[in-house]
Design a protein around this ligand. Structure first.
Ligand SMILES: [Zn+2]
Length: 211
Protein backbone atom coordinates (compact mmCIF):
# COMPACT_ATOMS: atom_id res chain seq x y z
CA UNK A 1 0.00 0.00 0.00
CA UNK A 2 1.30 3.38 -0.90
CA UNK A 3 0.73 6.44 1.23
CA UNK A 4 -1.63 9.03 -0.21
CA UNK A 5 1.03 11.67 0.06
CA UNK A 6 3.61 11.67 -2.69
CA UNK A 7 7.36 11.37 -2.23
CA UNK A 8 7.72 14.86 -3.53
CA UNK A 9 5.46 16.28 -0.84
CA UNK A 10 7.31 14.36 1.84
CA UNK A 11 10.65 15.59 0.58
CA UNK A 12 9.44 19.15 0.51
CA UNK A 13 8.48 18.85 4.17
CA UNK A 14 12.05 17.98 5.02
CA UNK A 15 13.10 21.38 3.91
CA UNK A 16 10.16 23.16 5.46
CA UNK A 17 10.02 21.48 8.83
CA UNK A 18 13.45 20.14 9.58
CA UNK A 19 16.59 22.00 10.17
CA UNK A 20 19.56 19.93 11.26
CA UNK A 21 22.67 21.97 10.63
CA UNK A 22 25.73 19.80 10.17
CA UNK A 23 28.19 20.76 12.84
CA UNK A 24 31.56 20.10 11.28
CA UNK A 25 33.39 20.78 14.56
CA UNK A 26 31.54 17.98 16.29
CA UNK A 27 32.08 15.52 13.47
CA UNK A 28 35.80 16.15 13.16
CA UNK A 29 36.31 16.17 16.92
CA UNK A 30 34.67 12.74 17.16
CA UNK A 31 37.60 11.26 15.30
CA UNK A 32 40.02 12.38 17.99
CA UNK A 33 37.84 11.88 21.03
CA UNK A 34 37.24 8.90 23.25
CA UNK A 35 34.60 6.27 22.47
CA UNK A 36 32.24 7.76 25.04
CA UNK A 37 32.24 11.08 23.24
CA UNK A 38 31.56 9.42 19.92
CA UNK A 39 28.52 7.64 21.38
CA UNK A 40 27.13 10.92 22.68
CA UNK A 41 27.52 12.56 19.29
CA UNK A 42 26.01 9.55 17.52
CA UNK A 43 22.89 9.75 19.70
CA UNK A 44 22.31 13.30 18.55
CA UNK A 45 22.41 12.25 14.92
CA UNK A 46 18.89 12.27 13.44
CA UNK A 47 17.32 8.96 12.47
CA UNK A 48 16.19 8.14 8.94
CA UNK A 49 12.48 7.57 8.42
CA UNK A 50 11.96 3.80 8.89
CA UNK A 51 9.00 3.60 6.48
CA UNK A 52 9.44 0.69 4.09
CA UNK A 53 6.76 1.19 1.46
CA UNK A 54 8.47 3.88 -0.59
CA UNK A 55 11.71 5.78 -0.58
CA UNK A 56 11.47 8.53 2.02
CA UNK A 57 14.27 10.93 2.82
CA UNK A 58 12.82 12.42 6.00
CA UNK A 59 15.12 12.42 9.03
CA UNK A 60 14.53 13.52 12.59
CA UNK A 61 14.40 12.53 16.23
CA UNK A 62 12.10 9.73 17.37
CA UNK A 63 9.19 11.94 18.45
CA UNK A 64 9.25 13.77 15.15
CA UNK A 65 9.44 10.53 13.15
CA UNK A 66 6.46 9.06 15.05
CA UNK A 67 4.31 12.04 14.04
CA UNK A 68 5.63 11.83 10.49
CA UNK A 69 4.87 8.08 10.20
CA UNK A 70 1.31 8.53 11.45
CA UNK A 71 0.50 11.76 9.61
CA UNK A 72 2.33 11.33 6.30
CA UNK A 73 2.45 7.54 5.87
CA UNK A 74 -0.84 6.72 7.67
CA UNK A 75 0.93 4.16 9.86
CA UNK A 76 -1.14 2.92 12.81
CA UNK A 77 0.03 2.55 16.40
CA UNK A 78 -0.86 -0.59 18.35
CA UNK A 79 -0.15 -1.97 21.80
CA UNK A 80 3.19 -3.81 21.75
CA UNK A 81 2.43 -5.83 24.90
CA UNK A 82 0.20 -8.12 22.84
CA UNK A 83 -0.68 -7.80 19.18
CA UNK A 84 -2.00 -9.80 16.26
CA UNK A 85 -1.97 -8.92 12.56
CA UNK A 86 -3.20 -10.57 9.42
CA UNK A 87 -1.14 -10.30 6.26
CA UNK A 88 -3.12 -11.08 3.14
CA UNK A 89 -2.31 -11.27 -0.55
CA UNK A 90 -4.63 -12.62 -3.23
CA UNK A 91 -1.95 -13.72 -5.64
CA UNK A 92 1.24 -14.51 -3.72
CA UNK A 93 2.72 -16.49 -6.62
CA UNK A 94 3.13 -13.30 -8.58
CA UNK A 95 4.70 -11.41 -5.74
CA UNK A 96 8.45 -11.04 -5.79
CA UNK A 97 9.66 -8.25 -3.55
CA UNK A 98 6.99 -6.47 -1.53
CA UNK A 99 6.57 -4.75 1.79
CA UNK A 100 3.29 -4.61 3.66
CA UNK A 101 2.16 -1.56 5.57
CA UNK A 102 4.46 -0.93 8.50
CA UNK A 103 2.89 -1.18 11.96
CA UNK A 104 4.01 0.83 14.96
CA UNK A 105 3.97 -0.84 18.36
CA UNK A 106 4.10 1.01 21.64
CA UNK A 107 5.55 -0.53 24.78
CA UNK A 108 5.31 1.84 27.77
CA UNK A 109 6.43 4.87 25.77
CA UNK A 110 9.01 3.08 23.61
CA UNK A 111 8.13 2.37 19.99
CA UNK A 112 8.91 -0.45 17.58
CA UNK A 113 8.34 -0.95 13.86
CA UNK A 114 6.88 -4.28 12.76
CA UNK A 115 7.81 -5.23 9.20
CA UNK A 116 6.47 -7.93 6.94
CA UNK A 117 8.10 -8.44 3.54
CA UNK A 118 8.17 -10.85 0.61
CA UNK A 119 11.58 -11.53 -0.88
CA UNK A 120 13.55 -14.22 -2.70
CA UNK A 121 16.39 -16.10 -1.07
CA UNK A 122 18.33 -17.35 -4.07
CA UNK A 123 15.29 -18.56 -6.03
CA UNK A 124 13.05 -19.52 -3.13
CA UNK A 125 10.16 -17.15 -2.38
CA UNK A 126 10.10 -16.23 1.32
CA UNK A 127 8.38 -13.99 3.82
CA UNK A 128 10.06 -12.36 6.76
CA UNK A 129 8.58 -10.62 9.80
CA UNK A 130 10.77 -8.70 12.24
CA UNK A 131 10.77 -5.80 14.62
CA UNK A 132 13.03 -2.77 14.93
CA UNK A 133 13.43 -0.44 17.90
CA UNK A 134 12.92 3.29 17.41
CA UNK A 135 16.03 4.36 19.27
CA UNK A 136 19.73 3.60 19.52
CA UNK A 137 21.46 0.22 19.29
CA UNK A 138 22.41 0.16 22.96
CA UNK A 139 18.86 0.48 24.25
CA UNK A 140 17.52 -1.89 21.57
CA UNK A 141 19.41 -4.80 23.14
CA UNK A 142 17.48 -4.39 26.40
CA UNK A 143 14.29 -5.59 24.66
CA UNK A 144 13.12 -8.95 23.39
CA UNK A 145 10.15 -9.89 21.25
CA UNK A 146 8.34 -12.91 19.94
CA UNK A 147 6.48 -13.43 16.69
CA UNK A 148 4.27 -16.41 16.16
CA UNK A 149 2.52 -17.58 13.04
CA UNK A 150 -0.35 -19.89 13.75
CA UNK A 151 -2.96 -21.53 11.54
CA UNK A 152 -4.30 -24.76 10.13
CA UNK A 153 -2.91 -26.79 13.03
CA UNK A 154 0.62 -25.44 12.53
CA UNK A 155 2.65 -23.05 14.62
CA UNK A 156 6.07 -21.42 14.33
CA UNK A 157 7.62 -19.05 16.88
CA UNK A 158 10.54 -16.67 16.64
CA UNK A 159 12.16 -14.94 19.60
CA UNK A 160 14.49 -12.13 18.81
CA UNK A 161 16.16 -8.91 19.88
CA UNK A 162 14.93 -5.87 17.95
CA UNK A 163 17.55 -4.09 15.88
CA UNK A 164 17.76 -0.32 16.06
CA UNK A 165 16.28 1.69 13.18
CA UNK A 166 19.87 2.91 12.65
CA UNK A 167 19.94 -0.25 10.49
CA UNK A 168 17.66 -0.04 7.47
CA UNK A 169 14.83 -2.59 7.21
CA UNK A 170 16.62 -3.89 4.11
CA UNK A 171 19.81 -4.58 6.10
CA UNK A 172 17.83 -6.52 8.71
CA UNK A 173 15.88 -8.43 6.05
CA UNK A 174 19.07 -9.38 4.20
CA UNK A 175 20.70 -10.59 7.43
CA UNK A 176 17.59 -12.81 7.99
CA UNK A 177 17.25 -11.64 11.61
CA UNK A 178 13.55 -12.47 11.96
CA UNK A 179 10.74 -14.97 11.51
CA UNK A 180 11.31 -16.49 8.07
CA UNK A 181 8.63 -18.55 6.35
CA UNK A 182 8.93 -20.05 2.89
CA UNK A 183 5.98 -19.36 0.59
CA UNK A 184 5.05 -23.03 0.50
CA UNK A 185 4.92 -23.18 4.28
CA UNK A 186 3.06 -19.85 4.44
CA UNK A 187 0.32 -21.37 2.30
CA UNK A 188 -0.06 -24.25 4.80
CA UNK A 189 -0.62 -21.67 7.52
CA UNK A 190 -3.14 -19.90 5.31
CA UNK A 191 -5.82 -22.56 5.78
CA UNK A 192 -6.98 -25.93 4.50
CA UNK A 193 -9.77 -24.54 2.32
CA UNK A 194 -7.18 -22.50 0.55
CA UNK A 195 -7.90 -23.64 -3.01
CA UNK A 196 -7.25 -20.16 -4.33
CA UNK A 197 -3.81 -20.25 -2.74
CA UNK A 198 -4.29 -16.91 -1.09
CA UNK A 199 -1.84 -15.78 1.51
CA UNK A 200 -3.59 -15.26 4.86
CA UNK A 201 -1.03 -15.18 7.63
CA UNK A 202 -1.94 -14.39 11.19
CA UNK A 203 1.10 -13.18 13.08
CA UNK A 204 0.87 -12.44 16.77
CA UNK A 205 3.50 -11.46 19.29
CA UNK A 206 4.65 -9.29 22.12
CA UNK A 207 7.54 -7.10 23.25
CA UNK A 208 9.12 -7.00 26.70
CA UNK A 209 12.09 -5.46 28.43
CA UNK A 210 14.74 -7.85 29.77
CA UNK A 211 15.76 -7.33 33.39
ZN1 LIG B 1 8.87 8.89 5.87
Amino acid sequence: MEPSISDLQIESQVHELLDFPVCTNQISSAIYCSNTREVIIDKKKPYNCPYSGSKCTVTGDIQWLLQHLMNDHQVEMHDGRCFSHRYVHHNPKHLHHATWMLTLLDFYGRQFCLYFEAFHLKKTPMYIAFMQFMGDEEEATSFSYTLEVNGNGRKMTWQGVPRSIRDSHKTVRDSQDGLIITRKLALFFSGDNNNSKELKLKISGRVWREH
